[in-house]
Design a protein around this ligand. Sequence first.
Ligand SMILES: [Zn+2]
Length: 483
Amino acid sequence: MQTTSWSSSTILCGTLALFACAPAATIDATGKTESERRISSHHGELRVLAAIVSFPGKQQLWTVPAVELMMSGPVNAYYREVTRQKLWLNTTVVGPLQIAGGDLCEPQSWYDRVSAALADDSLVPDSYDRVLLFVPSTGACPVAGGAFAQRAAYINGIREPKTVIHELGHTFGLAHSRSVDCGDVTLPADGEPPFAAIAEYGDPADVMAVGRGHFNVVQMEKAGWFETADHGPITTVSDSGTYILGVLSKDDQRKRGLRVLKAISPDGSRREYYYLEYRQAHGVDRQTPPGQWQGIRVLLGSQPYGLGSQLLDMTPGSGPDANSDIRDAPLPFGQSYLDPVSGLRISAKSGDSNQAIVEIELPQGPTPGACQQHATIELGQPLASIARGETATLLVRVTNNDATGCPLSLFSLTKLLSPTGVLAQPLSGGPLYLSGGQRSTLVYLLKASPAAPLGIAKLRMDIMRAGNPTSYGLSVPLTIVPE
Ligand SMILES: [Zn+2]
């Protein structure tokens, strides 16, 4: 299989202008047309229009043959390899096109001017799956490139295939591949990486960060390149046991990614996973730092896809700063990682040039009797009175008093009786999914009608835990006062 080859230095979207470098808007399969478009543009031939753009007074170094060579060479080879030949680029290169601009960072305007300039040649950028604008280096955009309008990107004077691969990655809805450095621990005691510990471009291997290697498994799953008939979706670990991980960049029948549930958000809408992958010096991953081949790489990712992936440092504190600490991020063979909250254990057993063996021990259940304890329902803030014709906010806090490690429980409102003339509308929080020790808040908006009877009344609500006949009631005395 042809592999890519790069030589010059890495330049990425700068951290100063993350918006310019943000992923193109997520392409969710919310409607049939959108869904069809997503599939057609993630598999098969990707029709790309590459327009070389000139601005007055700015030197354009790109030529048509040079762009053709890069697009049909290393960029196409990269996408062919990581998608296992499921996606390939068919690029039409035009230019240089002289358009106004260059003093402001306005990629959408450039796109519109390029469209107008090409109208005479009957070339319609909108009809292509992707459009790349190769603009002369302009300081107006403080980044190496950026995606915009979901399917277009500009390349700001950079002459590296890596930048083009990266910006095209954004047009598939991919965010950056981050890393997490929590000093001497992989994750803090609460299991949540603090914001300050996250490096936006921190993954040394991944092309959606500072690396030049394969898209990591979180990104591959997001782009839909694991969902092919001959490979199947990523394996979700639901039983303790021993698992085999194939080499990420190798085209064989081994599974290339595992994911293990880490946590579920209180409202049940979001699941956070540990994603596991194994890299070796093969294919595009020959260009990753060798430290990334020494063990199992563990990343955080979520469903639905959030802000990309977060590479965890499985050998924390091994370097003087975050940059050097992450160079040996993988979990070395012979070592284990213990989730600080759930007790989940991941052990890297062994690995060679074809596969790695991983042992997953899912958290043990808590001692019998520690679960299905009482829940607590209480007001989140005092509420004594409401005036006729006015509104007030009612906060109701639900705490699951089960021991840590108990399975998730579903709490839902079964009864809400508001006083005559007072309307209670839920503002946030539907059914709540809470694990042991967790709490969350339901928010209601109370509206008193101008004719609500004055005096003391009671608001009453009942909340039940699914599978448990006990209901938890809350009675709120409420005084209705004149306007
Ligand atoms: Zn970027």
